[in-house]
Design a protein around this ligand. Structure first.
Ligand SMILES: C[S@@+](CC[C@H](N)C(=O)[O-])C[C@H]1O[C@@H](n2cnc3c(N)ncnc32)[C@H](O)[C@@H]1O
Length: 289
């Protein structure tokens, strides 16, 4: 109880009304497509309170007024504060053998670089897992592959780009993978690992908001990984994004989604190939040269 009171006192450090909360919900929905449920009021408070502190403001109303006045830097900080970035290496691991098999099949018929777009890359564990999968599938440390990793959040992209993680983040990896793909820090860097440059080189990190009308990406992709991000979007937004994925996939390409994301309502666009893995429905297949 004592703890709860302490939390409550902290929560009241800045004025944050229901109206402010509704405003935040509307703004993040418009900007990043993220639908925050009504139960997220405390979360929003704690994530944005730091911005008020840094700006020396005492009310959310003042903060939101400044934000809407159009400071691009603050808009990015606002977005970064409200994204949820949970991820891990080999998350939903059943996808990676499927990706490896797809790559092997493709390699038999085509010598072009294997291309994957990871469109909610967070702090990088997912695109690095894709890169490890490609290297292992081809048993080549410099495979012909192009992995594009994007996210709306610039903070997580900076972490991903650096490729430095706490040792415990890779504890579940086999010793062989650890040796092959990571360098162990020593001295001041003890307790950290860094992705080896050869693996890092396979990935291009770039900011991309899935809500944007134009995506500066060049397909076609052999696979698109869009995992655990659609859950934050409403149905119309999900549909618009899926419609834009279809022409970016090769006709035999695969779309991977998160474990709680079903495309059952979009069978005109994608058909189920395996657990949370989809291929283009016949109607949406586009021929790429
Ligand atoms: C829960 S993480 C999932 C990370 C990874 N895909 C995984 O499955 O482990 C969701 C990610 O989606 C990103 N995101 C949220 N809205 C986005 C948008 N409109 N465009 C691009 N990325 C977005 C967040 O910044 C966050 O890093």
């Amino acid at each position: 109880m004592a703890n709860l009171n302490a939390v409550e006192r902290k929560v009241r450090e800045y004025s944050f009304t229901d109206r402010d909360f509704e405003r935040v919900r509307k703004l993040i929905h418009e900007r990043a497509g993220i639908s925050l449920s009504a139960s997220k009021q405390d979360m929003v408070y704690s994530r944005l309170a730091r911005r008020l502190r840094e700006k020396g403001l005492t009310t959310f109303a003042d903060y939101l007024r400044q934000l809407e006045a159009g400071d691009a830097h603050e808009w990015q900080a606002f977005t970064n504060a409200l994204t949820t970035n949970l991820t891990s290496f080999y998350r939903e691991a059943h996808h990676f053998p499927i990706l490896a098999k797809h790559l092997a099949q493709r390699r038999r018929v085509c010598r072009e670089p294997f291309t994957v777009w990871c469109c909610a890359a967070s702090t990088g564990e997912e695109p690095y897992t894709i890169a490890m999968t490609v290297v292992e599938a081809l048993n080549d440390d410099a495979p012909s592959a192009r992995i594009l990793a994007t996210d709306v959040d610039t903070n997580v992209l900076a972490t991903a780009d650096a490729g430095i993680y706490d040792l415990e983040r890779i504890e579940s990896l086999t010793p062989e993978r650890t040796r092959r793909f990571f360098l162990r820090g020593d001295g001041n860097h003890a307790g950290n690992v860094k992705v080896r440059p050869a693996l890092r080189k396979l990935i291009t990190f770039r900011q991309l908001n899935l809500l944007d009308a134009q995506w500066p990406v060049r397909g076609p992709f052999d696979a698109i990984m869009c995992r655990n991000v659609m859950i934050y979007f409403d149905k119309d937004t999900q549909r618009r994004i899926l419609e834009k994925f279809a022409p970016l996939l090769r006709s035999d390409g695969l779309l991977f989604v998160g474990h709680s994301e079903s495309l059952l309502k979009h069978t005109d666009l994608f058909k189920l190939r395996g657990k949370t893995v989809y291929e283009l429905a016949a109607r949406t297949q586009v021929r790429h040269g």
